[in-house]
Design a protein around this ligand. Structure first.
Ligand code: NAD
Ligand code: 022
Ligand code: ZN
Length: 369
């Protein structure tokens, strides 16, 4: 079949809007009509050429929602008409990692996903004679896309696609970092570095679990009002702090943060986030993705004195299990997604969505087909 897609043809160039070919679903695969997709930083990171593993030409996009159109052989958990959210972290429920219960990093299709192909080693996308690669196993910047069954969460049918697509990455990552990775308790004092599409979801997660103090740190003062709406209790602009930021935050939290979250992708800030954590028990969670080849550092003393440095992928969420529950939270108005979607664009304007993100003007842009 044919599908409209935004193709990443060359690093550093805008996406090319094309009609390309898509093969039907093979065994264990599902054809999905994408109705809406969010634009997230890792799409831009790959498009810019900054990701050494980025493949071209490819169909980017990993934050979508849509409807099952067709299923391949031996697909049992999904049928035509089901509403779904693609998962860049699949959940097979059978691999050593899934069975361990210690991690969400399913390895069932990991090798082929990283190489831009389906589990059988081939791509469903092509343009004339040329192969077009998949991306993160999801490729949501295409009106139709094929995914493995284990990389789809089935969701309720009354949920609006142009809102719940954000649960495919940003919302789940932020809430999950609080609930699955840090396991924040009520009454905690917390510091969140970076109040963008991830940090604001960390803040709403912290409010949900009953954190007592939620300090937000951002160099962009325009993020303060939105963060307060989501539950931030104290705002710190590092540019306005006299002297070092770390002692300032330790003082503000009366000894250090029980939990801190880095939601930027800056290795200097990752260090500050660790070092503002409370002596003896503070945990610091890295969510931001740093540029390739970058390293973090601190003095071992920081860890010897009881701080824990950890990281999270997709908020530690098991997608097929956790994503439908988060959709329910949205439908039950337990979480706010609408305020974070600052721009809705037709597919033809997807490149404008990237520009808004680069300029820091959007929190989330959603593209609708
Ligand atoms: P964003 O651009 O919306 O937000 C980043 C915020 O950080 C902005 O408000 C910006 O003003 C602020 N900031 C930048 N430099 C700063 C500094 N030096 N000090 C304080 N604040 C600063 O980005 P986002 O969508 O929220 O994503 C944040 C990071 O999370 C990215 O690196 C993204 O790739 C990563 N991410 C990770 C996962 C995961 O599973 N680990 C999932 C999704 C996103
Ligand atoms: C999503 N991310 C950033 C912004 N939006 C993001 C990027 C990478 C990861 C998670 C979220 C990530 C963390 C750890 C891994 N990845 C490796 C997982 C593993 O090896 O099992 C990651 C993921 C997918 C891909 C690359 C890296 C990919 O499909 N290319 C989950
Ligand atoms: Zn993302």
């Amino acid at each position: 079949m044919k599908t409209r897609a935004a193709v990443a043809r060359e690093a550093g160039k805008p996406l090319s809007l094309e009609t390309i070919d898509l093969d039907g679903p093979r065994e264990g695969e599902v054809l999905v009509e994408i109705k809406a997709t969010g634009i997230c930083h890792t799409d831009e990171f790959t498009l810019s050429g900054g990701d050494p593993e980025g493949l071209f030409p490819s169909v980017l996009g990993h934050e979508g929602a849509g409807v099952v159109v067709d299923v391949g052989r031996n697909v049992t958990s999904l049928k035509k008409g089901d509403h779904v959210i693609p998962l860049y972290t699949p959940e097979c429920r059978q691999c050593e990692y899934c069975l361990s219960r210690k991690t969400n990093l399913c390895v069932a299709i990991r090798a082929t996903q990283g190489r831009g192909v389906m589990p059988d080693g081939t791509s469903r996308f092509s343009a004339g004679k040329d192969t077009v690669y998949h991306y993160m196993g999801t490729s949501t910047f295409s009106n139709f896309t094929v995914l493995p069954e284990i990389a789809l969460a089935k969701i309720r049918e009354d949920a609006p696609f142009d809102k719940v697509c954000y649960i495919g990455c940003g919302v789940t990552t932020g809430l999950g970092a609080v609930m699955n990775t840090a396991k924040v308790e009520a009454g905690s004092r917390c510091v969140v570095f970076g109040l963008g599409g991830i940090g604001l979801n960390v803040i709403q997660g912290l409010r949900m679990v009953g954190a007592e103090m939620i300090v937000g740190v951002d160099i962009n003062p325009r993020r303060k009002a939105m963060a307060e709406k989501f539950g931030m209790t104290h705002f710190v602009n590092p540019k306005e702090v006299q002297g070092d930021l770390v002692p300032y935050l330790v003082d503000l939290t009366k000894g250090g943060a029980d939990y801190s979250f880095e939601c930027i992708g800056n290795t200097q800030i990752m260090r500050q986030a660790l070092e503002c954590a409370h002596r003896g028990w503070g945990k610091s969670i890295i969510i931001g993705v740093a540029g390739s080849g970058q390293e973090i550092s601190t003095r071992p003393f920081q860890l010897v004195t009881g701080r824990t440095w950890m990281g999270t992928a997709f908020g530690g969420a098991r997608g097929r299990t956790d994503v439908p529950r988060i959709v329910d939270w949205y439908m039950d108005k337990k979480i706010d997604i609408d305020s974070l979607i600052t721009h809705v664009l037709p597919f033809e304007q997807i490149n404008e969505g990237f520009d808004l993100m680069r300029r820091g003007e959007s929190i989330r842009s959603v593209v609708v087909f």
